[in-house]
Design a protein around this ligand. Structure first.
Ligand SMILES: Nc1ncnc2c1ncn2[C@@H]1O[C@H](COP(=O)(O)OP(=O)(O)OP(=O)(O)O)[C@@H](O)[C@H]1O
Ligand SMILES: [Mg+2]
Length: 424
């Protein structure tokens, strides 16, 4: 039986009215929602953020962000990732309204907000250097921005108290509300900074490297807290990091940037498995993808020095007619296997190298090896396969050719079905 639910005349002062229709019947449901921001929250069906041809040109002509297009869906968690200076913070600050947009339009919920003041954008940002007020308790730190704008936001003291306590419960800070920041650990302080954003009940969260001041263990813990928080609150989120692992674990989609340009925007696994170009391939994955410079011969073999690999059709489908010439073969460390493993054994798919470093990682190990005139390569294997592998000794590695990538001299991935979508 079809059931439809719709809002009727919207809100009365304190009430929300829903009309529920099922079959021939109809009923009205009236709910009392005392918190105006919460009413707004319930009424808010969408919190989309869209950048169209957005650029930032700093005084002096630095083009920090160059005509980027990005449509972020309601409830989506999007991560901007890329090397230092690629324009991540600038993009986020433009969304927050802290940086003027030089060209293009920014829309929130379909409304162009280029000229709207930050405080009126209904967006909360958590910075890398979240400065908590040292003389205020955790409670006061979280309540402060709401108390300042209490009248404007139509909040009572009780409602502010309710929101702070709710946020503290979500973040596991209930027992710390009376403490000063100096009596908290780094991770707890970080959670207070997130709490300050949560109490505002914003349309979207913006995070700029919020975990970079934390040690490695705390980073991983807080990262999973942020993920849980998003699952719970479902607030549209834009998150900036230069850590590709953080990006891969957090994002519904990740946006890889370089030199102010978006290189690729896709779900993490798609970026990993189908990087559109050599930059994205090298940026995403640890250890990074190996690259071998070589040539395609007339028989569609990949030749590098005296080693020859047979290219499967999957890799060469993007090659024009009878192309032969320079190319770069991309091989992820896990698609190489040691000859004694017996995995990937095939025809013309082995590389003969010289082992330079062996790094045991527990159940896995990384074997670094060299081919003549190529940058060092790395093979990730299971530790129990290391028998027979010795430093400064030759070793044979099988390549799962179907899982490799072929990059043209401009760095485009010819083996990726998606590469046709690249604009450069
Ligand atoms: N106020 C400014 N005036 C001029 N140039 C600036 C200004 N702020 C940033 N830039 C330049 O804009 C580019 C992008 O800077 P941005 O801070 O957005 O990079 P980022 O990707 O956040 O880097 P990081 O990972 O180091 O934080 C850089 O080349 C930077 O030097
Ligand atoms: Mg930055």
């Amino acid at each position: 039986m079809a059931v439809s639910i719709e809002f009727t005349s919207g809100f009365t002062d304190d009430n929300m009215v829903l009309r529920i229709r099922s079959g021939g019947g109809e009923s009205l449901l009236q709910a009392v929602v005392p918190d105006p921001a919460l009413r707004k929250g319930i009424c808010r069906f969408m919190a989309t953020v869209e950048l169209k041809e957005v650029s930032k040109i700093y005084p002096g002509g630095v083009r920090a962000v160059n005509r980027i297009n990005l449509a972020i869906k309601d409830r989506e968690f999007v991560v901007l990732v890329g090397p230092s200076g690629c324009g991540k913070t600038t993009t986020l600050r433009m969304v927050a309204g802290l940086e003027e947009i030089s060209e293009g339009t920014l829309s929130i919920d379909g409304r162009i907000v280029n000229d709207i003041a930050p405080k009126d954008r209904d967006i909360a940002m958590v910075f890398q250097n979240y400065a908590l007020y040292p003389h205020m308790s955790v409670y006061k730190n979280m309540a402060f921005s709401l108390q300042l704008r209490r009248r404007e936001l139509g909040l009572t003291k009780q409602l502010i108290d309710q929101r702070v306590r709710q946020a503290a419960a979500i973040l596991g800070l209930t027992d710390y509300l009376q403490r000063k920041p100096k009596a908290l650990s780094g991770g707890q302080r970080q959670r207070v900074a997130v709490g300050r954003a949560i109490v505002r009940n914003p349309k979207a969260f913006l995070f700029d490297e919020p975990l970079s001041n934390l040690d490695a263990k705390l980073r991983v813990e807080t990262r999973s807290e942020i993920k849980k928080l998003h699952l719970r609150l479902q607030t549209t989120t834009i998150y900036v990091t230069h850590d590709q692992e953080e990006a891969m674990t957090l994002g519904d989609r990740i946006v890889v940037m370089k030199d102010g340009l978006i290189q690729q925007c896709a779900p993490p696994l798609e970026v990993y498995e189908h990087p559109v170009n050599q930059f994205v391939a090298s940026f995403v994955g640890t250890p990074p993808m190996n690259f071998i410079a070589g040539n395609i011969d007339n028989e569609r073999n990949f030749v590098c020095g005296d080693q020859t690999l047979l290219l499967p059709d999957k890799l060469t489908k993007g090659l024009g007619g009878n192309y032969h010439g320079p190319m770069v073969l991309g091989i992820r460390p896990e698609v190489l296997s040691l000859a004694n493993e017996g995995r990937f054994a095939g025809v013309k798919n082995s590389l003969h190298g010289m082992v330079s470093v062996i790094e045991p990682l527990g159940d896995k190990a990384d074997i670094y090896f060299t081919l003549p005139n190529q940058p060092p390569m790395v093979c990730r294997t299971e530790t129990h396969h290391l028998a027979g592998i010795h430093l400064q000794a030759p070793a044979t590695f099988y390549v799962a050719m179907e899982k490799c990538h072929l990059f043209d001299p401009a760095g485009r991935n010819l083996s990726s079905a998606i590469s046709a979508r690249v604009t450069d």
